[in-house]
Design a protein around this ligand. Structure first.
Ligand code: ADP
Length: 506
């Protein structure tokens, strides 16, 4: 019989991951009882060491890609976005508030501070954040430079003082992004997400009041008004994204364009590191993107979290996060049991005790039916494959696999695999058409990707949908097996439409 899948949690958490995996019939790794490598999934809140990627065995998955710090640390994110803006222009890379990294950029900051002070009639505010802290720790806002004090490396960022408010309260969006692969870049965004509110009314004359200016739950759940009814916001400090969609319906805006702009922020941010992240097909990572929307409905990227909180503080958390974790596990493409790990260990044990391999051909065939296909080495049936040192295993490309619980992958006319359009409530947002699929296959062609993003966004802005659609239709007729097999949904709206259908309604 094939073995159950085994998960390993660092420091016994997060509890929600344990709960979801146990419900799915997985077993928890126990150091005393199992051998060092006898697990399928290692989930940790902190980052893995480089050696842990090198020593991965074919049946093992990690919940972080290597070297994503380029977007998850505030100073690295600022540097990378600045570089992308300098290389590719600010037309698309205009979603991050002006940021300086102190102490290095102090002189530049001072010049900008003085320029804005002289040029503008209205006040300009700045927010200071320690580069490697999270959950609102060490953050403060100031208007006058005499209030700027810091004793560690910080980013200083233009404070968005005109944020969109609901019943007078500030909020931001926590968007859950799953990067299935960086090579080729394959990105999914979850349909659900969270809206995180400040718990005191926004007020620029009390910059020190963190309950009014910061939307972190870790801060607001300790606020004096956390449990109070707060107008349309209600009690607590969170909404689900579904509830936010209802709110959006009452606003006179181009909703599709707002969702697409958020979607663009995610892709453009990931593009900033996509070529520098080493390929690791056995990693799938969940990121939390924090997006602030201003009064003109322009979305801004505040930061990217590599370990978004999976604690359950309220009903909104429960309805969003459990399904989210389950969908991330589906994204990893496991079957219900793992015969490969089991066989490797049985072989190893039998070698050690010098009893030879006791597995019969019948057993092997049986276990082959339930194999973790994505983790099968190239020399699938070769016994010596199981005894090779970890570094010599050929890690398979996860796109060469047959997914089990998820929508089946398709292949284009010229043999490119198209990742499923949906995995649970995750929607594939990149690649989103044939051009971006092609541009991401070998050497990532960032310029082509940017052109495609610009063109799609342009269509949503200008509402030239019908025209574009008929042009697309012409193209499809000309190239018969082209776009017909490449459907993409527009992430964001309830019952997301196919991107090609969006233009009907604009
Ligand atoms: P942390 O990692 O500590 O949570 P963030 O960058 O997410 O740091 O900032 C914490 C909170 O501060 C955000 O959730 C948001 O409410 C507020 N904030 C951060 N940057 C800005 C900004 N530039 N303009 C307006 N509000 C901001």
């Amino acid at each position: 019989m094939a073995a159950s899948l085994v998960f390993r949690l660092h420091d016994r958490g997060p509890e929600l991951v344990r709960e979801v995996l146990l419900e799915r019939g997985w077993e928890e790794y126990n150091e005393g009882e199992r051998e060092e490598e006898d697990w399928n999934l290692y989930w940790r809140g902190s980052l893995f060491q480089t050696s842990q990627y090198h020593n991965l065995l074919p049946w093992q998955r990690l919940n972080h890609h290597p070297k994503t710090v380029g977007i998850t640390r505030k100073d690295c994110l600022a540097r990378n976005l600045r570089r992308m803006k300098a290389t590719f222009g600010s037309a698309l890379y205009d979603f991050s508030p002006t940021t300086f990294i102190l102490p290095n950029d102090y002189t530049c900051f001072l010049a900008e501070y003085n320029r804005l002070r002289l040029a503008r009639g209205t006040s300009v505010y700045w927010i200071v954040k320690p580069v490697d802290l999270s959950r609102g720790r060490g953050i403060f806002i100031f208007e006058d430079i005499k209030d700027l004090v810091y004793d560690c490396s910080v980013v200083i960022q233009r404070y968005i003082s005109s944020s969109l408010l609901i019943s007078g309260y500030k909020f931001d969006l926590r968007i859950y992004v799953c990067v299935k692969s960086f090579h080729p870049l394959t990105v999914y965004i979850h349909q659900e997400g969270l809206v995180r509110f400040a718990t005191e009314k926004f007020n620029l004359s009390s910059l020190h009041n963190l309950y009014a200016h910061l939307t972190n739950t870790s801060i607001n759940k300790f606020g004096p008004f956390y449990k109070t009814e707060k107008g349309r916001v209600g009690r607590g400090c969170k909404w689900t994204m579904s509830k936010f969609r209802h709110f959006l319906h009452s606003q006179q805006i181009n909703e599709l364009l707002l969702w697409q702009r958020i979607n663009n922020i995610v892709t453009l941010t990931l593009l900033a590191i996509a070529t520098s992240v080493p390929s690791c097909p056995n990693c799938v990572e969940l990121f939390g993107f924090d997006i602030l929307i201003d009064a003109k409905f322009k979305p801004w990227l505040l930061e990217v979290n590599y370990s978004p909180a999976l604690t359950l503080d309220c009903q909104a958390d429960i309805s969003v996060k459990k399904k989210l974790v389950s969908d991330v596990i589906d994204m990893m493409n496991y079957t219900s049991t793992d015969s490969l790990r089991d066989r490797a260990y049985r072989k190893h044990r039998s070698d050690v005790t010098n009893h030879g391999n006791s597995e019969t051909e019948a057993e092997r065939q049986h276990s082959g039916e339930t194999d973790v296909s994505s983790l099968t080495p190239d020399t699938q049936e070769s016994e010596e494959a199981f005894t090779r040192p970890a570094a010599s295993w050929k890690l398979p490309n996860i796109y060469s696999t047959k997914p089990v619980r998820i929508t089946a992958e398709k292949t284009t006319g010229n043999g490119q695999n198209i990742p499923p359009v949906k995995v649970g409530d995750f929607i594939r947002t990149f690649p989103f058409n044939r051009a971006t699929l092609k541009a991401s296959q070998h050497e990532l062609d960032i310029r082509t990707v940017l052109q495609e993003i610009q063109s799609l966004t342009g269509q949503l802005v200008s509402g030239k949908g019908h025209k574009m659609k008929s042009r697309r239709e012409e193209k499809v007729t000309a190239d018969k097996d082209a776009d017909t097999d490449f459907d993409s949904l527009l992430w964001g709206p309830k019952d997301p439409p196919l991107i090609s259908q969006c233009f009907k309604s604009t």
